[in-house]
Write a protein that binds this ligand. Structure first.
Ligand SMILES: O=C(O)C(=O)C[C@]1(C(=O)O)C=C[C@@H](O)C=C1
Length: 257
């Protein structure tokens, strides 16, 4: 997939191949995060043990804003597959802009589910993948660092739904236009769903968790990510959020015609 070549970006096979590659990135980051406990202090606003001068949010938000400010200056959010968590805090790039050909509708940056992704990550995912529920004051920086990487990987995966949606819209404009005009949300959900593809993803994740989640030379050793948790995260959170992105993107698609 090459964002300078629109025809490669809207090819459903290329999109799905990219989603498969992202699985590995996400699994290895889950494994990194599994070395630490949940560390609720990282996510609490104005935690008494973790005061940040002139900032009212959580330690994670502070670190994420700083990271996005730097990354925006090196052009991260010019790329159509990257979505900032704090769009109002990002800065102008210091590198010259790349003129990506437009593949998504102009309103696409407004389809931003990062608030919900962060919420689901903190309140559900960390409890499934962490070593145990509790603090570890000496690792707050490491936890926030891996959280930022994980949130950005999950965000990229879930917002890839925009490319899937655009490819599906272009493959059957009359059908999607009708459903969009009639605000037939159920019909859109039905049409974007491909249960066979979803089943294949979940099957593959089981195998990947079996292989990557344990030391291959010590199968009886401690498991870092289990097939059950990985499948639960994808089935209940990642895939449904991807579909939400697809539907939200499609519902506005006729604005761009
Ligand atoms: O591959 C697709 O067609 C998608 O829409 C992506 C995706 C996913 O999140 O992986 C979502 C919905 C489909 O049911 C299958 C898979």
């Amino acid at each position: 997939m090459d964002f300078l070549k629109p025809e490669t970006v809207l090819d459903l096979k290329n999109i799905r191949d990219e989603l498969v590659r992202m699985e590995d990135t996400i699994i290895f980051k889950f494994i990194e995060r599994s070395h630490f406990p949940t560390c609720p202090a990282v996510y609490k606003e104005r935690d008494p043990g973790l005061r940040i001068p002139d900032f009212d949010g959580s330690f994670l938000d502070w670190a994420l804003i700083k990271a996005e400010m730097t990354q925006s200056q090196i052009r991260r959010f010019e790329s159509p597959d990257e979505t900032p968590f704090f769009p109002d805090k990002i800065l102008k790039p210091i590198l010259p802009s790349i003129n990506y050909p437009r593949v998504l509708a102009t309103y696409s940056p407004e389809v931003n589910f990062n608030g919900e992704i962060k919420d689901v990550y903190i309140n559900q995912i960390t409890h499934l993948i962490s070593k145990y529920d509790g603090e570890c004051w000496e690792n707050l920086g490491s936890v926030a660092t891996i959280d930022i990487e994980l949130l950005q990987s999950l965000s990229r995966r879930i917002h890839f739904g925009k490319f899937v949606a655009e490819a599906k819209f272009q493959a059957d404009r009359p059908l999607y236009s009708k459903m969009i005009r009639e605000r037939d949300i159920e019909g859109i959900y039905e049409n974007i769903t491909n249960s066979a593809v979803e089943e294949k993803i979940l099957e593959r994740l089981c195998v990947k968790a079996e292989v990557y989640g344990v030391d291959p030379t010590d199968k009886a050793g401690q498991r870092k990510i289990t097939p059950a948790y990985l499948v639960k995260i994808y089935r209940e959170l990642v895939i449904p959020l991807t579909k939400k992105v697809e539907v939200d993107y499609l519902l506005r698609r006729l604005e761009s015609e």
